[in-house]
Design a protein around this ligand. Structure first.
Ligand code: MN
Length: 246
């Protein structure tokens, strides 16, 4: 699992997994994903965190080929483009991606779009990988379980809301379980790579519904993918985020 420090400063480049997918798949990821092409890399400060588990660990719910391309190519592209953006504004290099995304309006206008898209992509995916595990899906107990019941009526009712939100995102985006500024649990969508922190909310769990997250296995059946991902969500991690932030 990534520590908060790793999330902020990234992990050593030596831990990068090797991109093994090959170019044969590059044109099949999703027609709306213009970032599939690999830009030229820039030196740091942001790095791709390792998955933390094997690319086939989440089979059959999320297939190894999707995991490989999603992590090694798509996430790497967000990291590379974020590095390219901060290379033009070196005063940003020492700031965490969370800080940059949360304070978008205060950044130089020339980098705001890149930080929003690629910084958001780096932040969202770093959180996404650590929200999943083999043998997940066990509903949270303890305080998060009680809070979910209080807010939504039941864990199943939360799953229904997350599913409806995830399937309802038009185009590319995410469905989130978040805390609002008052500390209330909410389900919300976001477009593209926007993160709930830009609205003052605290994300606890994000479900990626970009086509690149599911199209190789599920094609247009986004709901089947969303149904399947509940089998690999690590609710212990979500509980830890809840306990840390509430
Ligand atoms: Mn993604």
């Amino acid at each position: 699992m990534l520590t908060r420090r790793q999330l902020i400063i990234g992990t050593p480049a030596t831990l990068l997994t090797t991109a093994i997918a090959g170019k044969a798949f590059a044109g099949t990821i999703g027609v709306n994903d213009a970032q599939a092409a690999q830009p030229a890399p820039a030196a740091g400060p942001f790095t791709l965190p390792p998955l933390g588990y094997a690319v086939d660990a989440l089979e059959p719910h999320i297939d190894a080929q999707t995991m490989t391309i999603h992590h090694d190519r798509h996430h790497q592209t967000y990291v590379t483009n974020l590095n390219n953006a901060v290379a033009t504004a070196p005063e940003l290099k020492t700031r965490s991606v969370e800080d940059l995304v949360q304070n978008l309006a205060s950044l130089p206008a020339s980098v705001q779009t890149a930080v929003r898209n690629s910084g958001g992509g780096h932040l969202n995916h770093t959180m996404f990988w650590t929200s999943l595990k083999k043998g997940g899906g066990v509903p949270p107990s303890a305080e998060l379980g009680r809070a979910i019941t209080a807010a939504f009526g039941s864990f199943d009712a939360l799953k229904t809301q997350l599913t409806n939100t995830a399937t309802g995102v038009f185009g590319s985006g995410w469905a989130w379980l978040s805390l609002d500024p008052a500390g209330k649990l909410i389900v919300e969508p976001s477009p593209n790579q926007d993160n709930p922190i830009t609205k003052g909310n605290t994300p606890l769990l994000g479900i990626d519904v970009w086509e690149h997250a599911y199209y190789l296995k599920y094609q247009n059946r986004r709901k089947d993918y969303v149904d399947a991902i509940f089998n690999v969500i690590d609710w212990d991690v979500v509980q830890q985020r809840f306990a840390a932030k509430k």
